[in-house]
Design a protein around this ligand. Structure first.
Ligand code: ARG
Ligand code: ZN
Length: 865
């Protein structure tokens, strides 16, 4: 059952006003809705089909009347309206306690909460559950006072009070019309931590975070992050918050990271709660960016929303771009860019090369929940970034102004966004829009030619597209040229100077650019800051990569040169391993990286990234024959050689930066900690008891989780009693903490040493595990499936373990089951027996009765690869 973008039709009816009453009882919740409905076209009156799933229907009538003719099936409540403008009163019941799919209204611990994007509202009541139906909501909640002292919904609290029988009520009114996917309701016994923010126009906004009792000391970082986000959106985008109250609720059972419900964000507790003992630097950083992301949605998502779910990247790509810029402005721009691109390549590039590849604006889907993907989000953000790169910050901001002028309060399309940018910049992005409708990562091949007599250097760019029907992309190439001293050269084309760095644009399948006035052959630095999400194919000598690693003024390309050099070396090592030769690490590579480590013109945060060997995913993606076991071996050989060649330096710098000051989260300290812990990680590649003690000591004495967990991870590379002791200690310390203990699962399931399907079967039986909690599923089974050498073990045991879990999860949480099903994405790249094993596992899943559309879509597409 596939839905197509081309079939979009405007809604026949609108719901300008929605009044809900939600009564929470022990055994169910009763929802009474009063919907003002209006015909939305000039033709004959058609039937009104309201969505509704898993609802116990009780009654439907026009206001003030007795009964009404209706038709009810498991997906719709249908009536034939008697007029063009009327009010319906509908009553139904739901069972939040047994809602394990975590969509609609459900229970997380003792808290009732909602998740309605994209199509969860139909599991709360009968409604036109589509994003182009925007309504003004008033919500009355009634519940027991003792169990549910907090009753929250969107907008402003306009009434509250006592009722008989230990019950109470609250009434919320949201002044901004919104689609029902932004509706939220929370009821429970929660602690509140609050703060406030004064907007640039002088309005005071109350900020409130609601958490389980006992977690009050983990809220400060989220509040600080929220205030920074509000300020940044004013400063950079001139956007101010529009309600008087901003609430965030943290819950433990949540299918994804967080949700931007108007005025009442609901967060996965891992994405909101932090203090130095319970969260690492990476967690602090991620929380800051997710708080920002959800806050930024208030304008890009809520004030201007999506016409339909094919437009998802309209709000997600743009909001990811905004949160990336926020992080880059507040931290190190270079480090942020490197990490964003690394994540893009390790997830999105892989998706784009696999069986579930789709354009950032898909043309069809079976289950929209499957499209909250790295492609829609992260590649979507890259597409926005390319526009920004081509028109510049000030035109981009004019484009945003235009966007809000034209579309505030509306549900629109990606074309509407691009149109705003075109109008503001005077550019034509007709060809550029192909990025929205074509899938696959394009390759750009580059060749160069230096002409001695003419003093010219010619670069020729050729696009290689992924699919037969694809057309050439329009994309920006930011570049510079370096002379043999590492100095930036002036760029002169057709007698005109472009300074030392410029942005070229590609439009055709092959294009050449001639740079003039060059006395010697320059070294080009192309696609600076990763100016387009492409695969660059260019033969570059190892010497030139080493040179760029030392001298490129663009941090991203400096990093990139090192990664390319390391990958060339790992490729050679893989070949040696395949041919049963003794692998030898190239001295040029060791020297280049050793020089980087000691370089005076790079900071520690950068070095921690640039001195790390390429990820296993990025290596295997380039292999002619997918083989994670060999790739992992080669990767370890290079790491070991780097550790050996720099042992003294690493040990000395580990000690130098290992000062036990109080933990403060900021970009600089984070950089120092990551550098120090990188040193430790390398040292434990060397089989010396001293280094194990070093890690053990850091584990024992650390005053923050960043250092403690880094020590644990360093130990996880070894087979030692220190490793076992640390693991045991960590479990005892954190087994009752829903958030921290998940790291213990993930670290072991993802460990290079000691992880196996047997270990997973042991871990799923420990008391702290719970398959109904999505975070635990991700940390145990998700981390195992991402541990490539283990998941792809020769005997197929990894595939069967994960297949069995998908089948189990499918019966109660299809979204999480489908997410795990994406682990089989390398099916098309496998051969021989390995492929047969995976095929059997996939067929076992597809044979399940009652397979959800979520899992069916992923697995059936995978089997076709
Ligand atoms: N809109 C949310 C966000 O990006 C995520 C919602 C995800 N929904 C889903 N069904 N996966 O902030
Ligand atoms: Zn989002």
């Amino acid at each position: 059952n596939t839905i197509y973008l081309k079939d979009y039709q405007e809604p026949d009816y609108l719901i300008p006003k929605t009044q809900l009453t939600v009564e929470i009882f022990d055994d169910c919740a009763r929802v009474s809705s009063r919907l003002s409905i209006k015909k939305n076209h000039s033709g004959e009156r058609r039937e009104l089909k309201l969505n509704g799933e898993n609802l116990s229907f009780i009654s439907v009538k026009y206001v003030g009347e007795e009964s009404i003719a209706y038709d009810l099936c498991d997906k719709y409540l249908t009536i034939v309206p008697k007029s063009d403008d009327f009010i319906l009163e509908i009553v139904n019941e739901i069972d939040p306690k047994n809602n394990k799919a975590l969509e609609g209204l459900y229970q997380s611990g003792d808290i009732y909460c909602t998740q309605n994007e994209p199509e969860g509202f139909r599991k709360i009541c009968y409604y036109l559950d589509r994003s182009d139906v925007m309504s003004s909501f008033t919500t009355r909640i009634e519940a027991d006072k003792v169990d549910f002292p907090r009753l929250l919904s969107n907008g402003n609290l306009i009434d509250s009070g006592e009722m008989t029988g230990d019950r109470h009520y609250a009434v919320w009114e949201d002044p901004f019309p919104k689609p029902c996917y932004l509706f939220a309701l929370v009821a429970g016994d929660l602690a509140k931590v609050d703060d406030n923010f004064t907007t640039k126009s002088g309005r005071e906004i109350a900020l409130e975070i609601f958490v389980d009792h006992g977690n009050e000391d983990r809220c400060e970082h989220a509040l600080e992050s929220l205030k920074k986000s509000m300020k940044w959106d004013e400063d950079r985008f001139d956007l101010e918050y529009d309600l008087d109250l901003y609430m965030i609720v943290a819950v433990d059972a949540f299918n994804m990271g967080a949700m931007e419900n108007k005025g009442l964000n609901i967060f996965n507790s891992t994405c909101a709660l932090a203090n130095p003992d319970t969260a690492t630097d990476a967690n602090f950083f991620r929380i800051e960016s997710i708080i920002a992301h959800e806050y930024f949605h208030n304008w890009t998502g809520n004030r201007v929303t999506c016409r339909d779910w094919f437009q998802l990247t309209l709000k997600e790509g743009l909001t990811v771009f905004r949160d990336q810029e926020f992080s880059a402005d507040l931290n190190s721009r270079a480090v942020c860019r490197i990490e964003d691109v690394r994540a893009l390549r390790d997830s999105q590039f892989v998706e784009d090369a696999g069986p579930n590849a789709h354009p950032i604006k898909p043309a069809s889907y079976m289950e929209i929940n499957n499209f909250y993907t790295p492609t829609v989000y992260e590649k979507g953000a890259e597409v926005i970034r390319m526009i920004h790169t081509m028109i510049g910050e000030s035109n981009f901001q004019l484009g945003m102004k235009k966007y809000f002028d034209l579309f505030d309060g509306k549900a629109v399309t990606t074309e509407d966004f691009v149109h705003s940018m075109e109008v503001a910049s005077g550019r034509d992005f007709k060809q550029f829009k192909r990025w929205y409708s074509q899938s696959g990562t394009p390759t750009v091949q580059v060749t160069s030619k230096f002409d001695e007599g003419a003093d010219t250097f010619t670069l020729t760019f050729t696009q290689k597209l992924k699919n037969k029907s694809d057309q050439v992309y329009h994309l920006p190439v930011k570049l510079g040229l370096l002379d043999s001293n590492g100095e930036e050269l002036e760029l002169i084309m057709q007698g005109k100077s472009f300074g030392t760095e410029t942005v070229l644009e590609l439009h055709t399948d092959s294009q050449s650019f001639v740079f003039e006035g060059l006395k010697e052959k320059p070294v080009p630095s192309l696609f600076r800051a990763f100016s387009a999400p492409i695969i660059l194919e260019m033969e570059t000598k190892r010497e030139d990569l080493a040179f760029l690693l030392s001298y490129d003024s663009d941090s991203f390309n400096r990093y990139e040169a090192g990664q390319r050099l390391a990958k060339l070396e790992i490729e050679s090592l893989c070949e040696a391993l395949r041919d049963n030769k003794v692998p030898q690490v190239d001295h040029l590579v060791l020297d280049a990286f050793s020089k980087l480590l000691r370089s005076a013109n790079a900071d520690e945060a950068f070095k921690a990234l640039a001195f790390a060997v390429p990820s296993l995913v990025s290596i295997t993606e380039q292999q002619k024959e997918f083989s994670p076991v060999i790739a992992q071996k080669a990767r370890e050989i290079l790491s070991h050689a780097l550790a050996e060649a720099n042992e003294d330096y690493l040990a000395e710098h580990f000690n130098r930066y290992n000062a036990k000051e109080n933990y403060v989260f900021n970009a600089e300290n984070m950089g120092l900690r990551s550098f120090k812990n990188m040193c430790l990680h390398y040292l434990l590649k060397l089989p010396k008891a001293d280094y194990i003690s070093l890690a053990q000591d850091q584990y024992d004495t650390a005053n923050n989780l960043t250092d403690r967990f880094a020590a644990l991870q360093a130990l996880l590379q070894t087979q030692s009693t220190a490793r076992d002791e640390a693991l045991e200690h960590f479990y005892d310390l954190w087994k009752d903490d829903a958030i921290v203990i998940n790291k213990w699962f993930a670290a072991q399931a993802g460990a290079p040493v000691g992880s196996s399907d047997q270990l997973i079967k042991k871990l799923e039986n420990v008391e702290a595990f719970d398959i109904q909690n999505p975070n635990k599923v991700r940390c145990l089974y998700g981390a195992f499936a991402a541990n490539l050498p283990q998941f792809h073990k020769e005997d197929g045991s990894g595939y069967h373990l994960i297949a069995d879990k998908i089948i189990e999860l499918n019966s109660f949480n299809p979204q999480i089951a489908a997410g795990l099903s994406k682990a089989f994405k390398k099916f098309g790249a496998l051969k021989g027996q390995q492929k047969d094993f995976m095929k059997k596992a996939l067929e076992k899943i597809i044979a399940v009765d009652d397979l959800s559309p979520d899992v069916y879509e992923i697995v059936s597409k995978t089997l076709k690869a």
